[in-house]
Design a protein around this ligand. Sequence first.
Ligand code: BES
Ligand code: ZN
Length: 634
Amino acid sequence: MRLPAPLAVFLSIALLISCASQEPEETLFPKIPNVREDHHSYSNPEQVRVSRVELDLDVSFERKSLAGSATLLLKRQGAHADLVLDTRDLAIKTVETAGASGEFSPTEFTLGDSDPTLGAPLRIKLPADAERVRVHYATSPGASAVQWLGPAQTSGKKHPFLFTQSQAIHARSWIPIQDSPGVRVTYSATIRTPKELFAVMSAEMEAQQPSDAETPGEYHFQMPQPIPAYLIALAVGDLAFEAMSERTGVYAEPSVVERAAKEFEDTDDMMVAVEKLYGPYQWQRYDILVLPPSFPFGGMENPRLTFVTPTILAGDKSLVSLVAHELAHSWSGNLVTNATWRDFWLNEGFTVYLENRIQEAVFGRERAEMEAALEVQELRDEMKELQPRDQVLHVELKGRDPDEGFTLVPYVKGMLLLRAMEEAVGRDRFDSFLRGYFDRFAFQGVTTADFVQYLSEYLLSPNPELAEQVPVEDWILKPGLPPEAPMPVSSAFERVEALAHAWQGNKEALADVPNTQWTTQEWLRFLRSLPEEMDPERMKQLDDTFNLTASGNSEILHQWLLMSVKNGYEPAYPKVEEFLTSVGRRKFLKPLYTELAKTDEGRRRASAIYKKARPLYHPIASTTIDEILGVASE
Ligand code: BES
Ligand code: ZN
């Protein structure tokens, strides 16, 4: 239909005006820009968006490679744009497309230059009717997301093991995909494993033909909820399963699984606690996979299947706040996701806040406050070493590796901001606000500006006193902690600190320290309250009385070994070596190597240990240690 010219002009002006008025309204926080653009992905979801991924991969431990295909379902905004995917070190064999008829035929593609941080863009020509793309490819042995472990690196020592770690931007090293947290996909996977190995993924296991001594295995997985690429995960190894409740269980090597199921038996209670506060768990099952010790992180919140380090198996549940943390990501992170890595604090700060609430609900306020107080102390210590630009929540990461944003600032400063708001409006109001936030943004990516906009509407407007008490914009944009930042308090910690000081002043004998009932958290506070410098005689007294060098608790042992290196306490050195050659968790390795590297003698020791240990570490950890020791990476 043709409209008379003046009417057409009038209508287009009206349309323009109505579009303009849909621009975000006046915001209370004009200084917080709404940046949705992801500087860490080459992909073009505004033109062509991948909505589903179907993987079909063979696992080869001989070649250290995953090989097969990824079929991507597309949502196209126009008929012209190419599809751009993220890749890193992938060997692309062929690319095919299919239209409604379903027949695949080859199409042209180009792989761009590789950037050290971002990898290489894969640009694929799309015929006008293309609805699916199939990429045939293989991963390289050095794929940054995949760690291939030999039998010696497992507890069983008989079978190899493999696991992926896709966050932040490593998914592209094993799947050609739009690797941006703002793009969500559902996925399915067929994984073929070698004999005697078992496969698990961050998805529902639909069918399995377990491998035995004679036959290889074939596993089918389905993830029906849309998730960002960084949450796609796979592990293959000699795995056993033990149920903890109807909906929770543990996968681990057979020699570890029973111990782990006992350690994590409160997981269902934790789920009940969060559900009561913030709404139903959306992912059906919650299982935990205990990895071999070279896993570089404490935990990773892969949906339906959290990955954890075995170093939290203390035997007394004292380190399970890590499970509370990863479980909490089922709401903050996996359900409501940071839109870009700049907004990482929306994932981690909210999660540390939820973690703490879970710990309080399941283990009581005293323990939760001790854990929070330790976290705040660690933040204050770390902040002293950070440049101002890295002390802000809305951190600028353009042109940088998103891993540079991985500090305690998003975690603990983020948590403290939420705690400050909770304290200002009261728990009930804050909890219903958070619950509303999780409902409003479920299965979406959220920017920092989206969050403050929602905050203005649903918390600041109804509670005007909040804006006076909590300078939200300063929290988000300014370095450091505002002077009125909340401070978790623990009377148990005050007692422990007093004892540490009394012993220092020779006013208390160690034998009288009532340590037998101390929790892990009190031990950590006690050790951290001692002076930086202590002579070997004092160190020996501590060790003789408390047997610290023999501690079976990874956090206490780590703290003690760090003090031992600082003070040249020789009797602990064999243990330092044993620890560094058996554990690959970066949080433990980094401070120990850093401390060793401060003296010539220490640096010599560190290099000798590292020579043995490096092959055991994940690339994420060895890259960090290479920098500390000045080893040129290969
Ligand atoms: N999602 C993170 C781990 C992560 C973040 C991996 C960014 C790669 C890039 C996970 O939830 C986490 O925070 N793990 C912590 C433990 C937690 C209790 C603070 C870790 O591994 O140290
Ligand atoms: Zn986390």
